[in-house]
Design a protein around this ligand. Structure first.
Ligand SMILES: Nc1ncnc2c1ncn2[C@@H]1O[C@H](COP(=O)(O)OP(=O)(O)OP(=O)(O)O)[C@@H](O)[C@H]1O
Length: 291
């Protein structure tokens, strides 16, 4: 990990009526860093990710990506500059095949890199689509090959189903497709919102190992996750939120054992079970309620 700041968000605030869902939050992610955001239900984690990735507009605050201000950029522009995210409940195009869903990621990336001259650029695109010169056919073949490679990240979960519409896939497979599409963007920052929500134990372990591989490739990753084991094993740093505010941040074990964090979870739920946390630490998975 280097110390180059890739993402820098300061003073992020979002109110919904009388609720301040995200209250003056600062978040910095270094290039190659793996930062997890934890906190009980309603802490403001998803709202914070929505604001950073342009899905929602903040009331106050500033977001910089490598020194360029990107505050409140619309989602397509965020995707174009390499900010890729997945959603808490998974979002794929049900009627499109696995291949086409992931191709969307490739197209978004290429479109962002192309000429933006108004009128001329779209006309050129239409012309190329109609004539389909060799360059277009080659590009398409390269993208399809890349999609196959990305899809192979998930072992044989998706490859045999690559031409099936995603509505016919299991929930876990649809979530894998979503991550594959995010990877096709060649993201500079990969934002994962509860990638294992709704997955059973073995699916969770499999996803954790894939995310571990992505980390080993040196990717910069922001994760929301309720499953403490996973957070502990993957993260370089953890940030804990409660009631819209950052209540603790630092090395995973420090945050896990921070009395403020333990109290936040205690205050939010009556919890049973154990998520293999340290003694005295509440089981975040149960507290957060994996779906
Ligand atoms: N669109 C909205 N309109 C009104 N209130 C909202 C909206 N989105 C979020 N909130 C509120 O903002 C607060 C933070 O919600 P958020 O979903 O960000 O929490 P979270 O930490 O992601 O929770 P969870 O772990 O359950 O996903 C909650 O009180 C929630 O009810």
């Amino acid at each position: 990990m280097t110390s180059t700041p890739l993402l820098s968000a300061t003073g992020i605030t979002r109110r919904f009526g009388g609720i301040t869902a995200v209250d003056n939050v600062d978040l910095h992610v270094a290039e190659g860093e793996f930062l997890s955001v934890i906190g009980p239900n309603g802490a403001g984690k998803t709202t914070l990710f929505n604001l950073i990735s342009g899905q929602d507009r903040m009331d106050a605050g500033k977001v910089m990506l490598e020194g360029t201000e990107i505050t409140n950029f619309p989602p397509h522009k965020m995707a174009g500059i390499g900010m890729a995210r997945t959603f808490q409940h998974g979002r794929v195009f049900g009627n499109l095949t696995v291949m086409d869903n992931v191709l969307i990621g490739c197209h978004t990336r290429l479109r962002a890199a192309r000429s933006t001259i108004p009128v001329v650029a779209p006309l050129l695109e239409i012309l190329k689509a109609l004539i389909r010169p060799k360059s277009v056919r080659d590009e398409e073949a390269a993208m399809r090959a890349e999609v196959r490679e990305i899809v192979a990240t998930f072992g044989d979960r998706l490859t045999p189903r690559i031409h099936q519409p995603t509505y016919s896939l299991s929930y876990a497979n649809r979530r894998r497709v979503e991550i594959a599409r995010a990877l096709a963007l060649h993201p500079r920052l990969l934002i994962l919102d509860e990638p294992t929500a709704g997955m059973n134990e073995s699916e969770t372990a499999e996803m954790q190992s894939i995310i571990g591989e992505l980390k080993a490739q040196g990717r910069t990753i922001l994760l929301i996750e309720h499953k403490l084991n996973m957070v502990m094993q993957l993260s370089d740093r953890v940030m804990a939120m409660d009631n819209g505010k950052v209540i603790s941040q630092g090395k995973p074990a420090e945050v896990r054992n921070d009395p403020k964090v333990i109290e936040a979870y205690l205050g939010h739920s009556a919890i049973g079970g154990d998520d293999h946390g340290a003694p005295g630490m509440m089981p975040l998975q149960a507290a957060g309620g994996a779906e």
